[in-house]
Design a protein around this ligand. Structure first.
Ligand code: NDP
Length: 254
């Protein structure tokens, strides 16, 4: 593929994220607590999660590993952190969820497969085929973008994993109801799992300093900012004693 064609795809992908934001912010994506039958056929939640996330792991890894580029050393770190995140999200997280009997719309699964396919492709293809040692020399390991981006990614992943873990353990095995989370970053915001995930991918974008990384970070924000706002509203409507000082997504801000 011509490099110009590749970048055209990435610019279109970024433009799509910006254009759809005003629409997605208006409705709650119908999975988890917002699931609805009005989106057609439903599928088991756990199966849905595995199917949705698998392309992000396989497509990214395939395009990186089989790419015709020179695979500079630092790109293996980018590969490693992406795979670490998605091995957890695809192969571990779905089996830890206390989600027995819950379902999500098949339409959501297909949309997420498309989303993960494109993000896996643009990032895997860029790092596996287009990235050169001129962009990522050995000295890049000491570059402020790499160090800061890596730390932000790591910090975000720790918040994301801790928060996912707190949520999973709110329910006893077999339970399906909702409880107000109180531990960790939940003291400050309703959705630290989403906050951590956003930090991760903006850290990745900074660390890789490339357009595909930025595209994925923007898409993550476009997905998770509205979801956090809808979760926050739902918590306040559902629990009369919901902590008033708690924000939705960004501590002390929003
Ligand atoms: P949620 O917070 O909606 O749910 C996570 C799990 O915790 C679900 O099993 C949910 O149950 C359960 N849960 C949530 N709140 C409570 C509560 N108050 N009491 C009891 N159980 C609760 O997270 P998402 O499903 O939106 O996302 C899951 C992960 O995937 C997150 O880490 C998120 O960052 C990531 N993600 C990333 C995206 C991206 O664009 N990169 C997009 C979407 C998600 P139930 O399902 O029954 O509600």
């Amino acid at each position: 593929m011509e490099e110009s064609t590749f970048y055209l795809i990435v610019y279109c992908w970024i433009a799509t994220a910006v254009l759809i934001f005003p629409f997605v912010v208006r409705f709650a994506a119908p999975y988890g607590r917002h699931t609805t039958k009005s989106w057609g056929k439903l599928i088991d939640n756990r199966v849905g999660w595995i199917l949705m996330e698998l392309p992000a792991l396989l497509v990214f890894a395939g395009f990186y590993l089989f790419g015709s580029g020179s695979h500079p050393l630092v790109t293996w770190i980018f590969f490693g952190v992406w795979v670490l995140h998605y091995v957890n999200r695809t192969l571990i997280f779905p089996f830890r969820l206390r989600t027995n009997g819950k379902k999500m719309p098949v339409a959501i699964v297909f949309m997420a497969i498309g989303f993960n396919f494109v993000n896996g492709f643009i990032n895997g293809y860029y790092l596996g085929t287009l990235a050169t040692s001129a962009e990522y020399p050995l000295s890049y390991f000491y570059d402020a973008r790499f160090i800061c981006g890596f730390l932000i990614f790591y910090f975000g992943m720790m918040i994301n994993w801790q928060s996912d873990n707190i949520l999973i353990h709110l329910r006893k095995p077999g339970e399906t109801g909702y409880i107000i989370p109180q531990k960790g970053f939940f003291k400050y915001i309703s959705c630290p799992n989403h906050f951590g995930e956003i930090l991760e991918w903006f850290g990745f974008a900074l660390m890789t300093w490339c357009l595909p990384g930025l595209a994925f970070a923007l898409w993550t924000l476009v997905n998770l900012l509205p979801r956090a706002l809808h979760h926050h509203k739902w918590y306040k409507q559902t629990f009369a004693d919901y902590p008033a000082e708690r924000k939705a997504l960004f501590p002390f801000i929003l």
